[in-house]
Design a protein around this ligand. Structure first.
Ligand SMILES: [Zn+2]
Length: 272
């Protein structure tokens, strides 16, 4: 994989076999275990953690060259991408960034599994999950998605799975590369990884990472508050399609011009 700078208004664009695949919900082909894109028969799988890293850092324009069908899972979090992108350096665009501003509540889902968007300043995400399992009980978290908070509180949270599901996947020839190096593995009553958890509520933090990545496929930053309850990739993408067809609920606005490059939020100097 290689990241290349892209002009203003390009968006996040994957390039594979010379086919450009925009990171947009309109190009989502599948949402079973991960969020997968496809255009003209060319696929890029498992884009959500990488898109989350880009959105979390405030990166709106980039080309990502890939030479295979799947984005590497690395350690199961977005932190390796965040470190790489900060090291590469970011530059500020001189044109104000368009945002999708939520004007009135929009809800999508069934029963206790739903995603809701509400008006609000900035971009906030609230997430609740409850697996009713000895190792994952109810967890809830809400935070403003700004670069420093994203890097500190969300980027390092790893994906997770239950050992019984991993065994079932392997019988079907899937998840062969899956191990405790790239996921939290949950047994009957506890986390099996030797080092334990990175945060005591790492599961809900990872769900927020997934939400940020999937909502990044709106292809325009959101201004408003998202509330997700017991949600997953399928529901997130369904929500975006629902939002797109309810145009009375949002408007396209622009953020005030930001004088300083966004990476200065970390207090770090990086060569652009
Ligand atoms: Zn994930």
């Amino acid at each position: 994989m290689a990241f290349r700078p892209a002009p203003v208004d390009t968006g996040i664009v994957f390039v594979r076999d010379r086919i450009e695949i925009k990171a947009s919900f309109e190009n989502v082909s599948e949402t079973v275990f991960s969020t997968n894109l496809e255009r003209n028969g060319v696929k890029v799988r498992t884009v959500e953690h990488l898109v989350a890293a880009l959105v979390g850092l405030g990166i709106t324009n980039v080309f990502i060259d890939v030479d295979g069908p799947e984005i590497p899972i690395l350690d199961g979090s977005a932190m390796p991408w965040v470190s790489l992108l900060i090291k590469a350096g970011l530059s500020d665009q001189t044109k104000p960034q368009a945002v999708v501003r939520i004007l009135k509540p929009v809800v999508y889902g069934e029963g206790s599994a739903y995603v809701m968007a509400l008006p609000g300043r900035g971009y906030r995400v609230s997430c609740r999950l409850n697996f009713n399992h000895p190792a994952i009980r109810e967890e809830h978290m809400e935070l403003s998605i700004e670069p420093d908070a994203f890097v500190r509180d969300i980027a390092g949270a790893r994906t997770f799975g239950f050992l019984k599901d991993v065994d079932a996947l392997r019988e079907k020839g899937l998840a062969m590369g899956g191990s405790m190096d790239n996921a939290i593995v949950i047994g009957d009553d506890r986390v099996l990884n030797e080092g334990g958890l990175r945060y005591k509520d790492e599961f809900v933090r990872h769900k927020i990472l997934d939400i940020i990545g999937d909502m990044g496929l709106l292809a325009c930053p959101i201004e408003g508050r998202l509330v997700a309850n017991e949600s997953g990739h399928r529901l997130h993408i369904g929500f975006l399609k629902h939002l797109a067809t309810h145009q009375d609920s949002w408007e396209v606005g622009v953020t005030p011009f930001v004088e300083k490059p966004i990476f200065q939020a970390f207090g770090q100097e990086v060569a652009a």
